[in-house]
Design a protein around this ligand. Structure first.
Ligand code: 23J
Ligand code: MN
Length: 260
């Protein structure tokens, strides 16, 4: 019998802790990343009815699904990027399950992202956060709140002639988070990198640096405005796909009720 687990169950039942869903509903309309045309593209989610209590199956309804690993609210594994291709246990089926449950801190970039589609998370923002809340502890998920999850339709990818425009971290910001020993980095946008992240050095620094260091990514999150800056816990287990580079998943946050 573990007092900690019993205590958590009692806190959830008694309202001293609550669960917030950080997951978007996945359907065929959910936007997927669009890469430059010379590259292979991400397929949208598809759902095909196999039977619906009819002649194809009189008492049951079910669907065949087809999807890219990086569709909807999803997890990025180290082998997603070339820098992480030789990371031990770098595929979703190999990552130790302990990685999927851990503490989370939230960096609120919503004000800046409201007035600048290419808003950058910089080391200054991180150290200003630390002045208020203390040094970012090792082993945490760091989530970048941008309120981008409130965008609908074409505003979400925000494509222009030169590609997508959405907020994201600079290479120096990711390097600082890696110095802190984080578990992973998550965003409300379609990637852990900025829409224009290909123009940094290295290109797509969140993907390149995080996965090269064996860290994880989360994208297309929502409801980050309901999380406290510190004190919550994420439960984020991807599907156990052999050799998988990522997967859609349900992301849950456990929040102490006394934070409001
Ligand atoms: C493939 C290539 C570039 C990017 C991505 C995928 C993602 O953002 C992703 O979903 O991991 S930037
Ligand atoms: Mn991804």
């Amino acid at each position: 019998m573990s007092d900690a687990i019993t205590g958590l169950a009692a806190a959830l039942a008694g309202g001293q802790a609550r669960i917030v869903d950080l997951t978007h509903t996945l359907d065929a309309d959910f936007p997927v990343i669009v890469l430059p045309p010379e590259f292979g593209q991400c397929a949208r989610f598809r759902m095909e009815e196999v039977s619906a209590y009819d002649h194809r199956g009189p008492a049951w309804k079910w669907h065949n699904l087809s999807l890219n690993e990086h569709t909807g609210t999803h997890f990025d594994a180290p082998i997603h990027w070339i820098s992480g291709k030789d990371v031990p246990a770098g595929a979703v089926d190999e990552i130790p399950v302990e990685a999927f449950v851990g503490p989370v801190v939230v960096l609120d970039c919503s004000d800046g992202a409201a007035s600048d589609d290419d808003f950058e998370l910089t080391p200054d923002i991180i150290t200003a956060w630390e002045d208020q809340h203390g040094k970012i502890p090792s082993g945490v998920w760091v989530l970048m709140r941008s309120d981008w999850s409130r965008r609908r339709g074409t505003d979400y990818l925000n494509m222009r002639e030169d590609g997508p425009h959405s907020p994201g971290p600079t290479p120096a910001a990711i390097s600082l988070l890696l110095e802190r020993g984080i578990r992973g980095f998550g965003t409300e946008t379609v990637g852990t990198d900025a829409g224009q992240g290909m123009h940094y050095e290295p290109p797509y620094p969140a993907h390149y640096l995080l996965h090269g260091a064996g860290k994880y990514g989360l994208q297309c999150l929502c409801n980050l405005d309901q999380l406290p800056p510190t004190g919550a816990m994420l439960i984020a287990p991807p599907l156990k796909i052999k050799g998988g580079t990522g997967s859609p998943l349900r992301v849950l946050a456990l929040i102490p009720g006394d934070i409001e």
